[in-house]
Design a protein around this ligand. Structure first.
Ligand SMILES: O=C(O)CCC(=O)C(=O)O
Length: 273
C-alpha cells in the first residue's frame, strides 16, 4: 500500500480539490469544507462524546491532555465507528495530502469548550519552525454544533503557517487578540482543514451551551504520531478497517495487540498541542 493507493480506495480523485482550493490552502493555511457530515451525524457524535465524557469521568482526555474549562477525549478511533469518517472523508484526506504528501493519522480527539471558557493562547499544533512547504502536521476540526461568534469559534491568523516562527517567538502576549486573526464559523457538519503550523487558538464560549468539536490530527509519515496508534488500537477496530484505513492509521499487518489494562496515558511526548 502507498498513500496514492490508499487515498484512491478512500475515494480521493485528482479533482477532489479544485486548484482554487489548493491555492487557498497554500496561501491562507486553511480551507472550509461545507456539509462534510450531516446535521444528524453531528448530533449523534456530540451525544456520543457526552456519553464518553460521562463514562470516562476523571480519566477523560488523559491520552492527550486535560484542560480546565473544557471536556476532552483522547482516543476516538477506538471509541466508536461513527468517528471513522474523520479519517476517511475524501476531501479532508485530499487536503491532508496536499499539505503533507505521504501522511498518517496522528490522533483523533475532541474538545468541548464549556460555557464561559475555551480561550487558549495562539499556538501551532506542531512545535517545529519549518520553512514553507516543509510542513509536518495538518489538523481538521469537525463542528458538532454551529460555530458562531458567540460560542467560541476557533481563531486563526491567515498565512502564519508560512512565517517559519512560532507565535511564542514573536508575540508579546499570545493570549491577546491578534490584529489579523479571523474566526472559523459555520454550521454543524462543517469541517475546516488547516495547516497545523498556522497560529490558531480557542476563543471564549460566551453562550450557555457547550461547544463540542472533534479534531483529526495528521502527521507527515516520518513525523511521530501524537498517539501511537499501534499501541492503542483494539482488535475490533483493526478488524473493521479496510486496508486503506489501516494504512492511514499506520497499523497494517498487526497480529498482536496491546492487552487491556495498558496505561492509556500519552506514550509519546511531542510539541505543545
Ligand atoms: O477548540 C478550538 O476552537 C481550538 C482548540 C485548539 O486550538 C487546540 O486544542 O489546540
Amino acid at each position: 500500500m502507498d498513500i496514492a493507493t490508499a487515498l484512491g480506495q478512500m475515494g480521493v480523485r485528482p479533482d477532489t480539490l479544485t486548484d482554487a482550493e489548493r491555492e487557498s490552502l497554500d496561501r491562507d493555511g486553511f480551507l472550509r469544507i461545507d456539509n462534510a457530515i450531516t446535521p444528524e451525524q453531528a448530533a449523534a457524535m456530540r451525544e456520543r462524546l457526552q456519553e464518553l465524557v460521562d463514562e470516562e469521568g476523571d480519566d477523560a482526555g488523559i491520552e492527550v491532555h486535560k484542560e480546565e474549562g473544557t471536556d476532552r477525549l483522547g482516543d476516538l478511533v477506538n471509541n466508536d465507528p461513527m468517528f471513522d469518517i474523520c479519517f476517511s472523508h475524501p476531501r479532508v484526506l485530499a487536503c491532508a495530502q496536499h499539505v503533507l504528501g505521504d501522511f498518517r493519522l496522528s490522533a483523533l480527539n475532541s474538545r468541548t469548550a464549556l460555557p464561559g471558557d475555551g480561550l487558549t493562547m495562539l499556538h501551532s499544533d506542531s512545535g517545529s519552525r519549518v520553512q514553507p512547504g516543509d510542513y509536518e502536521n495538518a489538523m481538521s476540526i469537525w463542528f458538532l454544533v454551529d460555530f458562531t461568534m458567540e460560542n467560541g469559534p476557533t481563531r486563526v491568523v491567515p498565512g502564519s503557517h508560512r512565517f517559519g516562527k512560532l507565535a511564542q517567538d514573536v508575540l508579546e502576549d499570545d493570549w491577546a487578540k491578534h490584529p489579523d486573526e479571523v474566526y472559523l464559523t459555520g454550521k454543524a457538519g462543517t469541517v475546516y482543514l488547516f495547516n497545523a503550523h498556522i497560529w490558531h487558538g480557542g476563543t471564549k464560549n460566551n453562550s450557555d451551551e457547550n461547544r463540542p468539536a472533534a479534531f483529526a490530527f495528521f502527521a507527515r509519515r516520518d513525523v511521530s504520531q501524537y498517539i501511537d496508534q499501534r499501541k492503542y488500537i483494539r482488535p475490533e477496530t483493526y478488524d473493521r478497517l479496510n486496508d486503506a484505513g489501516r494504512y492511514i492509521l499506520d497499523v497494517e499487518g498487526m497480529t498482536e495487540f496491546t492487552p487491556d489494562g495498558f496505561d492509556r496515558r500519552r506514550v509519546l511526548e511531542t510539541a505543545e498541542y
